[in-house]
Design a binder for this molecule. Structure first.
Ligand code: SF4
Ligand code: SF4
Length: 208
């Protein structure tokens, strides 16, 4: 592990078992972009995000023998937006957001403000992320904010890039292969979720 400039040597590590980047900096998140908008709000840092679950994460749930979790906590989640091969679980937005006078702002500026009033549905106070590491998407397993990244030395920044590539490549290769096969079979999450689940179950024995 490379030592980060002026930081604890353990500030950033790669968990090779679950292919995720970890940093102790999140325990005291100081990133201004991800600061909550209001003092009554919990400071969740970048867990204000709305995670997107794709075929790779759904496959991980099925492989773990937990297709019920996928159906109940992802597919039927009250905040789910279901697309053909991805499901967004929209973050909980504080009612305080809707009191803001932001009609004059651009959509991007509004989204940035909304983020400051948002909390991921899987974040629990005192616990952090409640998802098993294998169910987290590649963004959740790889994202490191600029505040942390800028404090890393060059070697650690290069390692971070390498870890990100490793995480994304595995997911992208899986998604590309299986989305094509599902399209060939006319199966998607919007019209035949059980067909997609059955297909991914049938792949469990074939893939490592
Ligand atoms: S990665 Fe950065 S923004 Fe996210 S929780 Fe950690 S310190 Fe905060
Ligand atoms: S899924 Fe977990 S890691 Fe990802 S944003 Fe939500 S709480 Fe954070």
């Amino acid at each position: 592990m490379s030592e980060a400039k002026g930081m604890d040597i353990n500030m950033i590590t790669f968990d090779s078992q679950y292919k995720q980047v970890l940093t102790s900096a999140c325990l005291k998140c100081k990133d201004p972009y991800f600061a909550p908008a209001h003092p009554v709000m919990v400071h969740v840092g970048c867990c204000s995000y709305s995670p997107v679950f794709g075929l790779f994460e759904i496959y991980q749930m099925i492989k773990a023998g937990n297709s019920e979790f996928f159906m109940e906590s992802i597919y039927h989640h009250r905040s789910a937006t279901i697309m053909q091969y991805e499901i967004i679980i929209n973050a909980e937005v504080s009612p305080l957001f809707y009191e803001q006078k932001i009609n004059h702002l651009s959509p991007i500026e509004k989204d940035d403000i909304r983020l400051q009033y948002s909390v991921c549905q899987f974040f629990k106070q005192q616990k952090g992320c409640t998802l098993p590491a294998t169910y987290k998407n590649s963004t959740c397993r790889s994202f490191i904010c600029l505040t942390v990244e800028e404090q890393l030395d060059d070697q650690t920044q290069a390692e971070l890039k390498k870890w990100n590539t490793l995480i994304k490549q595995e997911v992208n290769a899986f998604v590309e292969q299986h989305r094509l096969e599902l399209q060939r079979r006319s199966l998607n999450l919007q019209t035949n979720v059980q067909g997609v689940v059955d297909y991914l179950k049938s792949e469990v024995g074939k893939l490592a």
